[in-house]
Write a protein that binds this ligand. Structure first.
Ligand code: NAD
Length: 259
């Protein structure tokens, strides 16, 4: 019997990268899973590729919109009857620049994509989890949710904000059978990294390969982690074994962050 047998999970941004790996790990452990992305075509292709039949469902929506976040979470309940696990995973940042050159639009976009999306999805999920007196919420922060980095403050600020929201929510619902934690991966070479990494590297005065090497050298393990390293921690947090963990910012960065 899997660690998540009978559970229903909702993952924002689950067609590739960390979200998809986590969806596959949750399915392996017996959960029914809803994944999300912006393109119905990519969603249909992902369902086909994963091949989990009726246990996996896709809901299209842009997490930068409150109404879409509500529809993704409420749609999970409509499809499978409840929501036990929310993984607010989608996010990222573009238009990196030093603080002195940052535009309001760039900051606003990063906050919508990361922070506001997490808040909207979390709030909607809590409205289901509080009455059922159980639930697991996992938010997606980053090593950059714990430490500052030059040139990528729009990402650093948004991921710090997610950690603040996570810690406070955990205190509010701790006696209601609900845990709220963030995962804080170090660099992982997914599509968003190959897409946004070169510009981020440039804003830090590095090449893309130099950026990846810098991330590896900053860690204790001197290499980058893989999507499965994050997915397996999410399984732990979502399972009965994770019942005693809440309000934590779990580093999955190979020993990069100091706490
Ligand atoms: P990815 O680009 O491989 O996958 C992102 C997923 O989110 C895709 O399914 C994409 O379709 C979806 N998505 C993106 N924007 C969306 C939107 N506006 N609405 C709905 N869906 C959307 O990225 P990833 O590397 O797996 O990143 C996932 C999360 O992990 C992000 O929040 C990112 O900040 C965080 N993270 C990534 C790394 C890394 O190095 N890759 C490190 C730390 C944290």
């Amino acid at each position: 019997m899997g660690a998540l047998e009978g559970r229903v999970a909702c993952i924002t941004g689950g067609t590739r990268g960390i979200g998809r790996a986590t969806a596959e790990a949750f399915l392996r452990e017996g959960a029914k899973v809803v994944i999300n992305g912006r393109s119905p075509e990519k969603g249909a292709a992902t369902l086909e590729e994963i091949g989990a039949g009726d246990d996996l469902h896709y809901i299209a929506g842009d997490v930068k919109q409150r109404s879409d976040c509500e529809a993704i979470v409420n749609g999970t309940v409509d499809k499978f009857g409840k929501i036990d696990i929310l993984f607010a995973n989608a996010g990222g940042a573009s238009n990196h620049a030093p603080v002195v050159d940052l535009t309001d639009d760039a900051m606003q976009d990063s906050m919508l994509w990361n922070y506001w999306h997490t808040f909207w999805a979390m709030q909607t999920a809590l409205k289901h989890m509080i009455p059922q007196e159980s639930g697991r919420i996992i938010t997606m922060s980053s090593v950059e949710g714990k430490v500052g980095k030059p040139g990528i403050s729009i990402y650093v600020a948004a991921k710090h904000a997610i950690n603040g929201l996570t810690k406070s929510a955990a205190q509010e619902v701790g006696t209601m059978g609900i845990t709220v934690n963030s995962v804080c991966p170090g660099a992982i070479e997914t599509d968003i990294m190959t897409a946004e990494g070169p510009a981020a590297a440039e804003s830090m005065g590095l090449t893309y390969d130099g950026l990846l090497d810098m991330f590896a050298q900053e860690s204790a393990i001197k290499r980058l982690n893989d999507v499965s390293d994050v997915a397996e921690v999410c399984v732990l947090l979502a399972s009965d074994a994770g019942a005693g963990i809440t309000g934590s910012m779990i580093s999955i960065d190979g020993g990069t962050s100091p706490y």
